[in-house]
Structures are given as C-alpha cells and as structure tokens.
Design a protein around this ligand. Structure first.
Ligand SMILES: O=P(O)(O)OC[C@H]1O[C@H](OP(=O)(O)OP(=O)(O)O)[C@H](O)[C@@H]1O
Ligand SMILES: O=c1cc[nH]c(=O)[nH]1
Ligand SMILES: [Mg+2]
Length: 219
C-alpha cells in the first residue's frame, strides 16, 4: 500500500487538523464540518496528482490553449454518517464524479468494548475499471473501510482504489495495509499512536459523527 501521510509536511492542512481536534473549537459543529470538508479538498487535490492526464485544448475568446486534463472516471464513496462532510469536500473538487453511499456503523452487542460493523444501506454505480475513492474521516480499527470495500465488490472491479481519511490510528493503518491490495493508496491527514479499549483514536478528536451531526442514541 502507498501511504501518504500529509501532516509530515508543514502546510495549512495542519491548522485544519488542529481545529477539529481542539475541544473548544470543535463545539462549533458548522466549523467542524467545514474543516473536514476543507481537509477533503486538500487530500483530493494531492490525490489528483496521481491521476492519468491526457492532452486536451480549450478555446478562449482570444485563441486556443493546450492543457493536460485527468481522464479517470471517478466514483466517490463515503461511509455514513461521518463521511458526509468529507464527501462534500472531495465532491467540491471532483465535481464530475459519480457517487456511492454506504452505511457502516458500530453495533455494540454486549458491552462498549466489543462491536461489529453493520452495513445496511448501499447505493452505488458500476465500478468496473473506474477510480474508486473510499472516504471515511476516522480510520480507527480499519474494519469499516474493509467491510465497505467488501460490500462494493458486486458492483465491479475498480481500476484503482484510493482510501481517504482524516485521522488514523497506527493499528488501523496497519490493518488496511494488510487487507487491501498492494497498489491501493491511502491519503491521510495524520496518524495517531493509540486506540483506546472502546476503539477510539487517542488523542484523535472524539466521535466525528456526533461532532458533525449531534449525538445519537445507541441502538
Ligand atoms: O475504523 P473503524 O474501527 O471501523 O472505525 C471508524 C468508523 O467509526 C466511525 O463511524 P461510527 O460508527 O462512529 O458511525 P457514525 O459515522 O454514524 O458516527 C467512523 O466514521 C468510521 O466509519
Ligand atoms: O476515534 C474515533 C473512532 C471511531 N469513530 C470516531 O468517530 N472516532
Ligand atoms: Mg460516530
């Protein structure tokens, strides 16, 4: 797997990451969503540098201009609910992309420390030979990413797969590295050292879905 950890370089991205982590700033849910969206824009822009470009031309009012443009057919897939603002950020840049949505949530069956991933809703176009971007802001254990990828298999085989995430835990990154094809790219804003016994990333930011959309009752 090709891992691109963008926080290793100094950039404005680190300001957005620090704001979504900050326990005071993150109380402003509109700013939280917008920061996730901005991170999606930055990650998408960086990922776009690896697309296939073909020569094209554009007519301006004054003449003709040659330009190389990406030819990839992109499908953006994000995992509900926390994936929605990240999806919006990616769609701001990949505005011609097709879109897929899937619900994958943690179901705590017996106690808060054990959970299974439930996939219920899935809407997806044909993926055959396309560039699949799978987006979820939190890569904690990596189980949601894998469950989603498995659920997408009946929709065709993508030419390439890019995972996009905001904060990952080392364990989750290792898990996707072991379970996805070697050619897969992971574009991630930053990676933290630890997962706690409830599967939360530490220091992380807390619960991304709740911060973006409000607390939910446990099912
Ligand atoms: O890597 P994993 O261990 O699978 O955990 C990550 C998942 O947890 C969060 O979703 P959550 O279950 O909190 O649902 P939500 O988006 O509805 O809040 C997050 O958005 C990921 O989908
Ligand atoms: O730290 C985590 C882990 C999973 N989901 C979140 O929202 N946060
Ligand atoms: Mg959540």
């Amino acid at each position: 797997m090709h891992i691109h950890n963008l926080s290793l370089q100094n950039s404005l991205l680190n300001t957005f990451i620090s704001e979504i982590r900050d326990k005071n700033i993150q109380k402003d849910s509109m700013r939280f969503r917008r920061n996730i969206e901005r991170i999606g824009e930055v990650l998408g822009y960086e990922m776009s540098k690896t697309l296939n470009y073909i020569s094209s031309s554009v007519e301006t009012p004054l003449g003709k201009c040659n330009v190389d443009l990406p030819e990839n057919e992109i499908v953006l897939c994000s995992i509900l609910r926390a994936g929605v603002p990240l999806h919006n950020g990616l769609l701001n840049y990949f505005d011609k992309a097709e879109n897929a949505f899937i619900s994958a949530y943690r179901h705590h069956k017996h106690n808060p420390e054990s959970f299974e991933i439930i996939v219920e809703y899935l809407a997806c176009p044909n993926l055959e030979n396309k560039t699949l971007i799978l987006a979820d802001p939190m890569l904690a254990t990596g189980q949601s990413m894998l469950a989603t990828f498995e659920a997408l298999k009946p929709f065709g085989t993508p030419k390439e797969t890019h995972l996009i995430s905001v904060i990952g835990a080392k364990d989750g990154v290792e898990f996707v590295e072991q379970n996805f094809n070697k050619d897969t790219h992971l574009w991630i804003a930053t990676i933290d050292d630890t997962l706690n016994n409830k599967g939360y990333i530490v220091p992380g930011l807390g619960d991304a879905g709740d911060l973006a959309f409000g607390e939910k009752l446990q099912q």
